[in-house]
Design a protein around this ligand. Structure first.
Ligand code: ACO
Length: 355
């Protein structure tokens, strides 16, 4: 038995934020952002009204309708995000509540794999379907980045990239031998965990030098003090409560890992890049996607890019792009669809789907 994507949906908040608008808060320009990333605009959720979970609920309802099921039919939720509503509990149970899924068979799992979160979630769903454990799994990626970014010049290299949005898919079993998920490939390497990270607040207590070998002063109380740490004034004064990224390092890893993991999946399925009807790369940077396209010698028709409109929506970017491509009639029955992602961790992965 294989698993298939039975329905897919996406949602982006109404508010469009252009590059010019960002340049009012920080020293940046439309020209710089477009040239380095391809991004023209992104969407931001309504503060105090929309959340990561509420956006996921909208995308989920659309996916359910297209799969011909009701939200109550979902027996397992896998929620990928790096911008959860709460530190804990995770968004999985919040979404379950919001969708009114009350039956006792339901389970919910949160995935913290950043840009490759949707790929990891899809792969887990695939295994649960294949073992016969569940019949309707919701896989959802959603991000409300706009609530946690540094809107000063200090944070410009990160802030201009990210946008808000959600994408959801219903995964079901299929006994059609010509349809479904052919393979998923997952990888990680924690060596460079801090190269793209959001590390405060955290239980590292300021002594994350244990991992990196470098002493960083977080202004925490002495090592033998318990109980009062998490966010310190020192962190706030120095912008340590925001994500940080060594962009060029991440870029170099991404352009290496994307083609590698796509080829790995193709090889296992006995297929070639030319067999791909639609590649949906995680929308990290248009330059990265163009590099991958060139490396694999794919035509423009074989690759879906929408980072221009949405920026990088992390765990939501693959399902949003897949949903858009499907809505545009570019993903049809029998097509070979390849999903691929790379991001913080580092973690990366791919999936091959016969639609
Ligand atoms: N506007 C204007 N200038 C800027 C901006 C900005 N928004 N951001 C940085 N700069 C400046 C820098 O300060 C630097 O100035 P300097 O030369 O005077 O020191 C200069 O531009 C070059 O900075 P770089 O960081 O070297 O710029 P780069 O060309 O690498 O582009 C970018 C930065 C867009 C972040 C790129 O490195 C990138 O896309 N990296 C990969 C990101 C990625 O794929 N992330 C993975 C997924 S995200 C996830 O997993 C959560």
């Amino acid at each position: 038995m294989r698993s298939k994507i039975a329905g897919i949906g996406h949602y982006v908040p109404e508010r469009v934020v252009t590059n010019d608008e960002l340049s009012r808060f920080m020293d940046t320009s439309d020209e710089w952002i477009q040239e380095r990333t391809g991004i023209k605009e992104r969407h931001y959720g309504k503060k105090h009204e929309e959340t990561t979970t509420s956006m996921a609920a909208i995308a989920t309802r659309i996916a359910c309708e297209r799969a011909g099921i009701q939200p109550e039919d979902i027996d397992f939720i896998i929620f990928a995000t790096l911008s959860p509503d709460y530190y804990f509990p995770g968004c999985g149970v919040l979404l379950q509540r919001e969708l009114g899924i009350t039956h006792k068979e339901a389970g919910a799992l949160d995935i913290r794999n950043q840009c490759s979160g949707f790929l990891y979630a899809l792969s887990i769903a695939d295994q649960f379907i294949k073992t016969g454990m569940y019949k309707n799994i919701l896989v959802v990626g959603s991000e409300m980045h706009s609530m946690g970014l540094d809107f000063t010049t200090r944070g410009r290299n990160v802030t201009v990239i990210f946008g808000d949005g959600a994408g959801a898919a219903i995964i079901q079993p299929t006994d059609n031998p010509n349809q479904g998920i052919l393979t998923t490939k997952l990888h990680s390497d924690g060596t460079y965990a801090e190269k793209l990270a959001f590390i405060n607040p955290g239980s590292h207590g300021g002594y994350h030098s244990r991992h990196t070998g470098e002493e960083v002063d977080y202004g925490y109380p002495p090592k033998d003090t318990y109980g009062e740490i998490f966010m310190t004034q020192h962190m706030m004064d120095n912008g340590m409560q925001y994500p940080n990224m060594e962009g060029q390092f991440v870029f170099k890893m991404a352009v290496q890992k994307f083609p590698e993991v796509i080829m790995e999946a193709l090889k296992e399925a006995g297929l070639q890049p030319s067999d791909i009807n639609m590649l949906i790369p995680h929308q990290a940077n248009l330059r990265i996607s163009q590099f991958v396209q060139k490396t694999l010698r794919l035509s423009d028709d074989q690759v879906w890019n929408n980072i221009q409109k949405y920026g990088n929506t992390t765990a939501a970017s693959v399902p949003i792009a897949l949903c858009e491509a499907w809505e545009a009639g570019k993903v049809k029955e029998g097509d070979l669809v390849c999903l691929a992602a790379f991001g913080s961790g580092f973690t990366w992965g791919s999936a091959l789907i016969r639609w």
